[in-house]
Design a protein around this ligand. Sequence first.
Ligand code: NAP
Ligand code: MG
Length: 531
Amino acid sequence: MPEKLHIQGAVMSHNAEMLHNSEGVPVYGLYIDGEWRPGRGEQHEPICDPATGDVLAQVTRGAVDDTRDAIEAARRAFDEGPWPNLCPGERSQILHRIVDAIEARQDELSDIEMRNAGSTWRKAFLMDIPVGVLHFRHFAKLADYEPLEPVPQITFPMRSYNFVQREPIGVCGQIIPWNFPFLMAVWKLAPALAAGNALVLKPASLTPLSALKLVEIIHETGLLPPGVLNLVTGPGAAIGHELATSPLVDKIAFTGSTEVGREVMRQAAGTVKKVTLELGGKSPSIVLDDADMDVTIDGCLWATFMHNGQACESGTRLFVPDVIYDSFMERLLDRARRIHVGLPADGETDLGPLISAAQLRRVEEYIRIGLAEGATPALLGSRPTDPQLAHGHFITPTIFTDVSNDMRIAQEEIFGPVLTVIKYDRVEEAIRMANDTIYGLAAGVWSSNIDRAVEVAKQIRAGTVWINDYHLINVEAPFGGYKQSGIGRELGIWGLHEYTEVKHVHAAMTSSRKDRFWYDILVPLGSGDGE
Ligand code: NAP
Ligand code: MG
């Protein structure tokens, strides 16, 4: 019989992640040192469906002392446990078995993602979860990496044997946002585990449920040593501060707003932690005058409105050449008017709700700013009147034309379904404006001439440039930002390496003291002992 524990009128098993309160709502604990625990403060927060306002669960409001417990557990697991010292092949096998368990629960995870993150049924079931599983699988494979890398032969001042060894960094604090909760959890957990680290994950307060389920599934496999994986829910500022400042944490990985990213970096400076940041964007999508209209119109709408623009890489600044402007815009607007906003579970729905009432107000505020700046609302978003949608954070798409690149709506990350269209004359001018931003996460180039498109792609200051496509984040390729869009890269071997330290080992290949380069420096000439 698992030990039972009472919190706020509910019963919680130490062996399971959740209990049900009197209304049948699951209540989640914190996952620390290989077990589910109540928070020390015994406070909970309701988690709501952004489409309906329904309470889906109660999660623990973890605090600083819970975070410390989790960090200490991770520290012990790293310093004393087997995980970092397993041979890569063993870790890889364990992670493959974990991915098998996750894959078997895809439908359940998709349903959670749809309800908690406002993802449409189509996106959750066809993209969010299967792509996350694919990415986890890739890191299970990459875990079987060769930790030794050769160094070119060194013969000066004498022959030596040299190699570089990649080692896990240690304890990683990981903070993720609400927009793609499952995928972001995978992007943090999978490479950190693959490289042999221990970690503490802090999901976004609005959307912790798929990360909790992911950790529950991993827990149930029983395959990870206790303390390797920890999850603490609760307010970002308190938990984030502890993760960023604790001397027991070696690295902090953050995905979210540029504003909070700057703060995390400042806080991490005190202990000179390794920092990787995936931050905001205001990505350009540049249409060339020879673009194929069919794929480009749909592609540009996909670039902007996928998940209501709540993606860091969203292509929210659209550059259209004046020679095709009128016909292009006519078709784009016609297509955009047919985007159907509705309940996520409805198979006909293209766009669901925004994540929160605050996000909805933020988007409405930016629409007001755009109008005040003199942009033309070619399509003006509004809250839908359908009574079915009355309890969710819904808004229809907005497309502003007559935008100049220095307007706030063209420079600031709105994180909502708002497209700004900028007309251009010469391609060089479009490239200059595209780069005229503090961000540099991604870009799109649309052209039937691949040579022309590649020439433009080369001149864009961004970590990813898609040609005739958008949002196709490939697990084999690096993803991350130039400029204030971030530091470091996720995915591929580049992403794995962000979770490793690089050690150079030099072994002298002669035993003669006189052959040492320092011999004549430290020991005065002629004072040798006759060696
Ligand atoms: P945010 O504040 O940057 O939150 C992202 C994550 O950081 C969440 O887990 C959050 O926890 C945590 N956090 C909050 N304050 C923190 C702090 N002082 N130190 C450490 N961690 C902290 O983003 P948001 O408030 O959810 O959204 C605001 C805006 O950020 C959006 O409108 C959008 O423009 C941008 N955003 C960008 C991305 C991206 O992928 N680039 C993702 C999300 C948001 P809590 O959830 O507990 O606050
Ligand atoms: Mg915030």
